[in-house]
Design a protein around this ligand. Structure first.
Ligand code: CA
Length: 89
């Protein structure tokens, strides 16, 4: 009876482990089209735009699922708009 209790406890523990969301696989969700160090952009969905991320001028490989490299030169989000804040004189 003690053995059965141990087996059941083990099964319950296993089920709980499996049911617990894994947070350590975040890097596995990085899209290989954006391989620069320190970058981790997940593949769509959702489709992201440059304004949705903080990275600029990063390497983009085909097929560029987010279309960060609109002009196809292999560099993503390099068309940063000028700072709209007025210059102090
Ligand atoms: Ca580009």
């Amino acid at each position: 009876m003690r053995v059965l209790t141990l087996v059941v406890s083990g099964l319950i523990a296993s089920i709980l482990l499996v049911a617990t969301p894994q947070t350590t696989s975040a890097e596995d969700d990085c899209d290989p089209a954006y391989p620069d160090p320190g970058m981790c952009i997940p593949p769509p969905p959702p489709d992201l735009d440059c304004r949705d991320i903080t990275h600029r001028n990063f390497t983009v490989l085909a097929p560029d699922p987010h279309n960060f490299d609109g002009d196809g030169d292999g560099i993503g989000c390099e068309w940063v708009l000028p700072d709209p804040s007025p210059e102090r004189q």
